[in-house]
Ligand binder design. Structure first.
Ligand code: R5P
Length: 303
């Protein structure tokens, strides 16, 4: 039986490219908002007995997108769908993956618990911390994207003058993934986060003098990490031609303005985050085919 692919409102463009790559039509559903801000959701295709794939990154507005996803799953469950898979290319709250001191929640775990009330599987892309998989008692399929991004950067900087830069310790493993493909050395920045909006750089581990840096990260949110890293790299004598590659381009607030003030020549993100038009001057790599391959494999296993 053909799977039913449905999209929430967060990223219909990516959902369409997944459905196209699978050679199926995107399922039909309605999502309306009542005047009091409640959602009302209805699936129009027959879901009975069909595996259901719900495409919805939990990007801003995070709580609304999560709720939409859960309502679609509930509708599918009550309609007798087979296995329900949440396809969350960008997993919101992933950065709150440990409980810091004080009376704080473990938010990434809470999101996992909420998802598990209706989902049978999760497909996600470049999870901020792979250990989040351990929050789920259901199968989690974590897809990589760095190889697609690196391939798109093949002609960005010559290998003998380029350097891959991890803007914090969490990005080191990914930086090595890029470095292997692009055949460049890796440099690591010791970043300290002071608050949700502000970070500072302690030191740069490695040599960037007269090299053209490619800064790689899992996500760009406010752009603070990349901006501070860029300033530190320039101070350390790199060439004033920076390339930035990040899987999840949230790019909130004045991120683009921050980038425009710096010698950032090229920024590349994936289409994990839905938006009407790509941010100006930013190159976007499609994830549709990669996600479709996984759905297709999961569905074959089901037959
Ligand atoms: C942090 O651990 C992440 O990998 C990113 O470096 C960070 O979340 C980016 O956020 P912002 O763009 O607001 O600095």
């Amino acid at each position: 039986m053909k799977p039913l692919i449905l999209s929430g409102r967060a990223n219909p463009g990516l959902a369409r490219s997944i459905a196209d790559a699978l050679g199926v039509a995107l399922g039909r559903c309605d999502i309306e908002i009542f005047p009091d801000n409640e959602y009302i959701v209805e699936i129009h295709d027959d879901a009975q007995g069909r595996d259901l794939y719900l495409i919805q990154p939990t990007q801003p507005p995070v709580a609304d997108n999560l709720m939409e996803l859960m309502l679609l799953a509930d509708a599918g469950r009550r309609a007798g769908a087979g296995r329900i898979t949440a396809v969350i290319p960008y997993y919101g709250y992933a950065r709150q993956d440990r409980r810091e001191a004080g009376q704080k929640p473990l938010s990434a775990r809470l999101v996992a618990d909420i998802l598990c009330t209706r989902m049978d599987r999760l497909v996600t892309v470049h999870l901020h911390n792979p250990a989040i998989e351990g929050f789920f008692p259901i199968p989690v399929h974590r897809l990589a994207a760095f190889d697609l991004m690196a391939a798109a950067l093949a002609d960005a900087v010559p290998a003998d003058t380029g350097v891959i830069v991890a803007p914090d310790l969490g990005a080191v493993k990914m930086a090595h993934g890029y470095a292997d493909i692009l055949n460049m050395p890796v440099v690591v920045i010791h970043k300290v986060r002071e608050s949700g909006k502000s970070v500072s750089v302690r030191r740069i581990i490695g040599d960037v003098k007269d090299r053209s840096p490619i800064l790689v990260d899992d996500m760009i949110s406010t752009g603070g990490t990349i901006a501070k890293a860029t300033e530190a790299l320039l101070e350390a004598g790199c060439r004033p031609e920076i390339t930035v590659a990040a899987t999840h381009g949230l790019m909130v607030g004045d991120c683009l303005e921050k980038f425009a003030r710096l010698p950032i020549r090229r920024t590349i993100i994936s289409d994990s985050i839905g938006r009407e038009t790509a941010p100006q001057g930013v190159q976007v790599v499609g994830l549709g085919k990669r996600i479709a391959e996984t759905i297709s494999r999961l569905n074959r296993t089901a037959e």
